[in-house]
Design a protein around this ligand. Structure first.
Ligand SMILES: Cc1cc2nc3c(=O)[nH]c(=O)nc-3n(C[C@H](O)[C@H](O)[C@H](O)COP(=O)(O)OP(=O)(O)OC[C@H]3O[C@@H](n4cnc5c(N)ncnc54)[C@H](O)[C@@H]3O)c2cc1C
Length: 394
């Protein structure tokens, strides 16, 4: 049985950042998970990051593994917007530096007994840890409107089911959604020769950076926008300070989160969507399976006959969907709306159990849903892990 001080579940941006910050505490640490799995399996080839490059560093304590350092090491410039394959390559490069011994087995269960955690791995092996950091991402949280449940995967799929949209080439596809994923998927499908229509519930589709002049005001721009650009002018500065954000009255935190995460596409998608019809203010009210196709009825009583429906309908955090968290452990985790309620150092109500990434967004705000949040999160987490280790060793 392997015994470690800290087990980090997940080797995406948050798990890797945690590995580098916790790694220098002198504790024995295991990082478990397939590196950059979500980016390799659940996002489409050809995609580009919506985040600016300056907000796409996977944090490490000495800033040795930033995107700029990767660019220098590779000896070729990193394009902007950043293509997904380059970001994956960057993530794997970071992993080789900060977690060379990553264990790519899946964690199937985490049990908690007498202040220690026991992790069962997919091949039957076991590990024990004094502290566990869950950085397992959002894959299990894919939100699928239930009216599509009756359809088999060949007729309706979630955007995260795809790593290559060209499997739908030549087909008629309705894309449901209005965010970056919906709009970029529609562009990629159109370019793959599909007949595509975007069906958006929102009354209009928003594109970011519609007012480029706002981003060319030098110091004034820096006063209004944090580099991550999560949220509109002004708000983006607040979102970039999760420690302050969490002190706001709850009602403001919730309101600002909705505003900062409003579905929108990057401006560079606009020319690529010129020939893609986008219907706004429409809701699918009826779904009928036809022979090898789907008939959709919309709230304006119009109908669409399509070969496939792509649900770019986002993700809803519900940590109860992490299959590796059994009911008796979940019962001990103080939760609200599916999120764990976390301490100042990302610790849940179970001592020594931490959550990073999107599940931390209720406690620390929208930045936690983005790679840009890895710096603050991993630094803060490491302080908590160090303090808890001190208590445990007393
Ligand atoms: C289409 C799309 C586009 C996006 N674009 C951007 C963007 O431009 N900029 C941005 O900042 N964010 C973007 N995001 C959000 C992005 O997903 C997060 O910023 C980022 O992935 C968070 O990192 P993470 O480490 O929390 O999760 P993930 O990257 O999902 O990593 C989780 C890791 O956990 C591992 N894991 C899960 N379960 C287990 C288990 N049981 N056992 C072992 N390991 C496990 C997986 O192997 C995976 O490597 C986008 C999301 C989507 C869906």
């Amino acid at each position: 049985m392997i015994e470690v001080d800290v087990a980090i579940v997940g080797a995406g941006p948050y798990g890797l950042a945690a590995a580098s910050h916790v790694g220098r505490l002198g504790l024995s640490t295991a990082v478990i998970g397939e590196p950059m799995w979500f980016w390799r399996r659940c996002m489409p080839a050809g995609m580009h990051l919506r985040s600016p490059n300056v907000a796409s560093d996977i944090s490490d304590p000495e800033n040795r593994f930033s995107l700029a350092a990767y660019e220098a090491a590779r000896g070729e410039p990193v394009p902007s917007p950043l293509p997904i394959d380059r970001f994956i390559d960057y993530g794997l490069w970071v992993q080789r530096q900060v977690a060379p011994g990553v264990d790519s087995r899946r964690v199937v269960q985490i049990d908690y007994h007498r202040g220690r955690f026991r992790l069962a791995l997919a091949d039957g092996a076991e590990m024990t840890a004094a502290q566990v950091v869950v950085a397992a991402g959002i894959a299990p949280f894919a939100a699928r409107p239930e009216e599509f449940d009756q359809l088999p995967p060949e007729l309706a799929s979630h955007s995260s089911d795809h790593s290559d949209l060209s499997v739908l080439a030549g087909r008629t596809v309705a894309v449901v959604g209005a965010g970056q994923s919906a709009l970029e998927s529609a562009a990629l499908l159109h370019e793959a020769g599909c007949e595509v229509e975007v069906l958006a519930r929102a009354p209009r589709v928003f594109f970011l950076r519609r007012q480029p002049w706002m981003h060319k005001l030098g110091p004034l721009t820096r006063l209004m926008f944090a580099p991550a650009e999560v949220g509109p002018a002004g708000l983006s500065k607040l979102v970039a300070l999760p420690g302050w954000y969490r002190r706001l009255p709850r009602v403001l935190q919730d309101r600002f989160a909705v505003r900062s995460l409003r579905p929108a596409g990057a401006a560079w998608l606009i020319p690529r969507l010129r020939d893609v019809p986008i219907s706004t203010g429409v809701v699918v009210t009826g779904v009928k399976r036809m022979k090898g196709a789907v008939r959709l009825t919309l709230n304006d009583d119009s109908r669409r006959h399509v070969d496939h429906v792509l649900l770019a309908t986002g993700f809803r955090v519900e940590i109860g969907r992490y299959a590796f968290l059994p009911e008796d452990l979940l019962r001990l985790v103080n939760r609200i709306d599916g999120y764990p309620r976390l301490s100042r150092t990302f610790e849940s109500s179970v001592p020594g159990l931490y959550f990073l990434g999107a599940p931390a967004a209720w406690s620390f705000g929208p930045l936690m849903r983005f790679v840009a949040g890895t710096e603050w999160a991993a630094q803060t987490l490491a302080r908590g892990v160090e303090d808890r280790a001190r208590v445990l060793h007393q």
